[in-house]
Design a protein around this ligand. Sequence first.
Ligand SMILES: Cc1cc2nc3c(=O)[nH]c(=O)nc-3n(C[C@H](O)[C@H](O)[C@H](O)COP(=O)(O)OP(=O)(O)OC[C@H]3O[C@@H](n4cnc5c(N)ncnc54)[C@H](O)[C@@H]3O)c2cc1C
Ligand code: SF4
Length: 592
Amino acid sequence: MHMHDLQPSAPVTPGKEPFDAIVVGSGAAGGMAAFQLAQAGIKVLLLEAGRMLDPQKEYKTMEWPYKDLRRHRLPVGEFALQAAEYRTLDRPYGLTPEMQKYKKVMAYSGNHFTKDWIVNEKEHPITGTPYAWVRARVLGGKTNLWGRVSLRFSDLDLKAKSHDGFGEDWPISYADISPYYDTVDTLLGITGTKEGIPHLPDGLFQRPLKLNCGEVQVQRAIAKMGRKLIAGRAGVTTDGVLNNKYRARCMGRGRCGRGCDLNAAFHSPAALIFPARDTGNLVVRTDSVVSEVLVDDRTNKATGVRVIDKNTKEVMDFRGRIVILAASCLESTRLLLNSKSATRANGTANSSGVVGHYFCEHVMGPGASGILPSRVGTAPTNDDGRPQSTYIVRFRNVTDKHPDFIRGYGFQGASGAAEFPANAAETPGFGAAFKKTVRANYPARVNYGGFGEVLARKENRVFLDPEVKDAWGIPVLKFDYTFSDNEKKMAADMADTAEEMLRAAGATDIVVRRNILTEGWSIHEMGTARMGTDPKTSVTNSFGQTHDIRNLFVVDGSIFVSASCQNPTWMIMALCWRAMDYVKEQMRTGNL
Ligand SMILES: Cc1cc2nc3c(=O)[nH]c(=O)nc-3n(C[C@H](O)[C@H](O)[C@H](O)COP(=O)(O)OP(=O)(O)OC[C@H]3O[C@@H](n4cnc5c(N)ncnc54)[C@H](O)[C@@H]3O)c2cc1C
Ligand code: SF4
């Protein structure tokens, strides 16, 4: 399976090709949109701001540390911002005097393996309140390096307002989306165990991952508290998928975050875009920075998009019957806001004034680590040789009501030995005694960290900065976004319950983390062009079709109504598949 026939970008020029649909962005959302439409015989132009990527050459999945001169550290002149720096440095980060000595300044997840995919803050500044905005500009976007945790939303999430009175219910229920979760599971492959938990619905799982001894110990201890620890649910094919020649099944190597060169982990290029190209109905044009949606104000229809070539900066317009924005939550929002005319002074599809508002995500940071005495001194095993670890399911505000906060959180974490002994950093001392302790405790470490729902509040928003532009002359986003008391109280509870669970499991040397990480750390942006039934308070209908412009769709996390505490990518793809079925039907019947 080789991808040598990939071209840097398709030789497509404006006006040369008639396209039925233009898709902007090639991550989870854009990949799924392009795949669905191309499979149905619809002619698609996919525009991606980043460059072409050949997973076979770029994923350094099995590279040993000694293969690299710097042992996987960033080269001189490149710098990845850390937690505190998002708060201590003035915006825009890449342009502050402290950062001028670096040629590239990128978000915290920029490392040796991902640095060529993560954007340079000097070219892509942002302003306003602190926010760790991780952006990958390359074919496949963030799916090249994502964490693969794939959890379904339930009616506890989709009807959260009915449950606790806050915010809005989604215009769909679990029954509407569950068939699409099923098809996404089947097409892409997902590992997990059937648990029958109503608020974390089961999927069509492939071979599950095994828990190690320490994890079983925690699982048993917290079961007595009525809490569930389950095997990780990951967007990875452990049994293989049919009809995709680019993907193999998981071999349990645990290096997935670098990009899985077997493509067992879901990455949009091999899982969706290459098969879509093989239909002959998809043209991919990379290095194409879309700057705005073109709208004919007389007919109130989108006519196409304006593109600035990333390298030459040439400006060109591409025409299509429908336009689908899938540039990621905040980039699609930015595009809507930047698409203006005399009649659309505050942006396109924004007659409600809601675009940019109700920004939500997950709050992270609090958690705990410790040592399980029963595992101390045992032989280390290959505990991280798997594509996902374990998950502790939400237990707050499910059947009871917490006095301090609404909504809930889950924990991701693991026990056992990993490639690098994480316990070393927490072990005091030096010399032979230090090494002895690190070795003895190596298989015994246990660590869990929470992911909590951030409420979708209208005052949390992004908007265009009138002063600052990116390297292509496009106004950048300004953030006006902070955690509320609800998130802070929830985070305090996360730290308490993490400690409580590790104590119940018999852990010692417990280190409790109470600090909340900078906003954005979860990399789960949602809500800034939310769906709904009322055009006065929402931007799209439940198919991502904008209320204002019939042939303009948004299909990424921006259309979420609330964040839940589950990771969003599987939901993005299920919603997108549902939206594309609607598009196909509307096209077939001549409504689009
Ligand atoms: C380290 C990491 C770990 C993660 N872990 C998980 C996890 O465990 N579970 C989970 O559910 N999610 C996880 N995520 C989040 C997940 O990656 C995203 O939810 C998912 O990729 C969103 O898909 P998307 O298509 O909306 O955006 P993206 O994947 O970001 O793709 C958007 C694409 O649009 C392109 N684009 C942007 N602007 C323009 C423009 N103006 N013109 C043309 N193209 C444009 C970008 O270059 C990019 O390729 C993680 C992310 C990271 C980085
Ligand atoms: S563990 Fe599986 S998904 Fe992860 S890198 Fe290895 S083969 Fe790929």
